[in-house]
Design a protein. Structure first.
Length: 243
């Protein structure tokens, strides 16, 4: 509830703190020699006027009872609704691999998901203030010993999502075939936080991919390995600048 301030209509204020308070009455009629000194009965005149008004408007009294009392101390209220919006910085950008924030990450620790036999839960250093928790469905493809203390490539601007109760803040990048699934191996000399790019497709990644626009899903079909088993986008190699 919003409590409104009440205006005290009975209070008076003056600018001079020393002001004198007095009643102001109209001047008395000065009698003349031709005029009697008696004053007219103002009370009788007032009663006569009231009687005439009642006769002219017999319903006035009844109507006044039904009318709501005037409330002079209320102010109009304007209600403003605020809509929490996330700024979309992707307007006009082409849909290509430059929209993905691919980073080198170091898997600091890994364990099996307590509620899912096919999932790993990893703590990954991607060069930020704190490690990210990333859930991967690799239990049936990669032994846990091969997951520990290794470098890999992670997509870091997907919208975080809960996987069987644990919030996953990214995705490990792998190559897959009908026979097997393998984790992509970064080149030597990489450190956590290095960005993976494609020279032919420059541009800055989105801060966060909008899941409604299916950006990753449109890019994914063109992510493949070539004959040299090097990761490519539309035939162009993934690189890490100066590495």
């Amino acid at each position: 509830r919003i409590k409104l301030p009440t205006l005290n209509t009975n209070s008076a204020s003056v600018t001079d703190s020393n002001a004198k308070i007095e009643t102001i009455t109209p001047p008395e009629t000065v009698p003349t020699s031709n005029q009697p000194q008696t004053q007219p009965d103002r009370k009788d005149d007032t009663e006569k006027k009231e009687k005439k008004q009642k006769k002219a408007n017999p319903a006035t009294k009844t109507k006044a009872k039904n009318e709501p009392a005037k409330q002079d101390n209320l102010f109009p209220i304007t209600i403003v609704y605020y809509i929490d919006c996330i700024a979309d910085d992707s307007a006009g950008k082409p849909i290509d691999i430059s929209r993905l924030n691919l980073k080198i990450g170091h898997i600091v620790s890994v364990k099996k998901h307590p509620d899912a036999d096919s999932l790993y839960v990893e703590e990954v250093n991607v060069g930020e203030d704190r490690p990210r928790t990333i859930v991967s469905g690799l239990v049936r493809h990669v032994p846990i010993e091969q997951m520990k203390d290794r470098l890999a490539i992670f997509c870091c601007n997907l919208k975080p999502a809960k996987m069987r109760g644990i919030l996953s803040e990214g995705m490990i990048m792998c190559a897959s075939s009908p026979e097997k699934v393998e984790i992509l191996v970064p080149p030597e000399g990489c450190v956590p936080g290095d960005r993976v790019t494609v020279e032919e497709y420059p541009g800055e990644p989105d801060a966060l991919l909008n899941p409604k626009k299916k950006i990753f899903e449109q890019i994914q079909p063109d992510l493949r390995t070539n004959d040299e088993c090097i990761a490519t986008y539309k035939g162009c190699k993934w690189i890490i600048k100066d590495k």
